[in-house]
Design a protein. Structure first.
Length: 451
């Protein structure tokens, strides 16, 4: 596909780097020539220095022949205008980054009236992911599929959990829960486990199923399913705002610490249920004074990655608080496993996953649409959900008779509102919604899972 991306900030770069790996023809527009050359020098992309809201700049960049246009600049209004202009000059699909809470209730209106095909909000998506963790702090990460009716819960195994040193088949036999261990991360590798695979201490397992079934599964192995009672958020930016709203709606008490007085006044006016503290939350004195040692959760959401990492390390050294660390750059992901951090979230990766999901759906329409796509295990695996829209070579065949490619697992089938953890005699039918986990670079969509 021919794709034009306007904006070469952190979000734009994350999108570009993901789509380049997929083999697309990419043109990047930015009004900062140095940023284009510095950030994109190692990528196989075309660049154009200019204004993303200029008709002439869009024309010179080739908008008339583009298949997809993505506006990822820092200003919501600029992104909206840029998408409108792109539609006037081309028949391409458009994706617009909109982050301000002001517009969040009007997303469907904006899409309809401005003819925008997709709106992405990295801050809101990040906050939603963090909120799921604080509602089930025992998890490292929770991916949701099929309108949140299926979850993929990532959990780090220790000797106390009851899962250690057991075969996958024995774990399933010992529980009556309708779940599936779909993947295992171990020593920076990702495995799609068979029945004889033995779970070891330190493994991060991915358990798939309906939320109630998944939580029941963990409860049987002595894992707490209680949500965090109270959370401290250091950094009251847009992500912190969205997260606070979500947690308060779930009955979790929230305290926000921010060093910007004007921002604190805004938060106090707009989130009256939260405690807003004006202060430097990166100092240990403020953290302890504001109740770190009695908090159930800490979200390190400052604008500086290094501060967030140090905050979480300090918190873990003082207490058993559940920490979530926001990191904008993901260049050194392999070191995080050595830092005793609970959960690290990468907003730019979250949004690039959503864009990749949309692009794949545009490319592959042979009887199925991709609903959700998540990169897993440092991009070494994927999970995606699809809707089966028509008969194909995969429908109506018992799974035991399918010749799947290596490292591919059909995890869940949703049919008429009922969730099925499939066995060998189950089939996939028209209208089903299916979740697949794989660690096979040849698989891009549903049709690729067969040998």
């Amino acid at each position: 596909m021919r794709i034009i991306i306007v904006g070469c900030g952190k979000v734009g770069y994350a999108i570009v780097s993901q789509l380049v790996k997929e083999g697309h023809t990419i043109t990047v527009i930015d009004n900062n020539k140095d940023r284009l050359s510095t950030r994109l020098g190692g990528l196989d992309v075309m660049t154009y220095c200019g204004d993303g809201c200029s008709f002439s700049a869009l024309s010179d960049a080739g908008i008339e022949t583009a298949d997809l246009f993505i506006a990822a600049m820092g200003s919501d209004e600029t992104n909206l205008l840029s998408c409108v202009l792109a539609k006037k000059k081309s028949k391409c699909k458009t994706i617009c980054r909109v982050r301000s809470p002001i517009y969040m209730n009007d997303v469907e209106f904006l899409k309809r009236e401005l003819d925008i095909d997709m709106v992405i909000n990295p801050e809101l998506d990040t906050a939603d992911e963090c909120a799921r963790i604080f509602k089930f702090p025992s998890a490292n990460k929770i991916d949701v599929f099929l309108s949140e009716r299926v979850e993929l819960v990532h959990f780090k195994v220790d000797e106390k959990s009851g899962l250690c040193d057991k075969r996958v088949v024995d774990i399933r036999k010992s529980t009556k829960c309708n779940v599936l261990i779909s993947m295992v991360e171990r020593d920076e590798e990702v495995y799609i486990p068979g029945g004889d695979f033995i779970i070891r201490r330190g493994d991060v397992i991915g358990v798939v199923g309906a939320p109630r079934e998944v939580y029941g599964f963990f409860q049987q192995f002595g894992v707490s399913i209680k949500k965090a009672a109270n959370v401290i958020i250091v950094g009251g930016g847009t992500t912190g705002y969205y997260l606070t709203k979500n947690l308060i709606a779930s009955g979790i008490r929230v305290k926000i610490i921010d060093s910007n007085r004007a921002r604190c006044e805004f938060l106090a006016e707009n989130i009256k249920e939260a405690d807003i503290i004006h202060g430097d939350g990166t100092t240990k004195e403020i953290l302890i004074e504001e109740g770190l040692e009695t908090a159930a959760g800490l979200a390190a959401f400052t604008s500086i990655d290094e501060e967030n990492i140090m905050l979480s390390i300090f918190a873990k050294s003082r207490t058993s608080v559940k920490t979530i660390t926001k990191v904008s750059r993901d260049s050194f992901t392999e070191i995080f496993s050595q830092l005793n951090l609970d959960t690290v979230v990468f907003p730019n990766r979250i949004v690039s996953d959503r864009v990749l999901q949309y692009v794949r759906s545009l490319q592959f329409t042979m009887g199925s649409d991709i609903e959700t796509l998540k990169k897993l295990g440092s991009d070494k695996a994927e999970a995606f959900s699809i809707i089966i829209k028509q008969k194909s070579k995969i429908t109506g065949i018992p799974l035991m008779n399918m010749k799947l490619k290596k490292n591919v697992l059909i995890c869940s089938i949703s049919r008429k509102g009922k969730n099925i953890i499939p066995g060998g005699s189950d089939t996939i039918e028209i209208g089903d919604r299916v979740v697949i986990v794989h660690a096979n670079s040849e698989v891009k969509t549903f049709e690729d899972i067969l040998q």
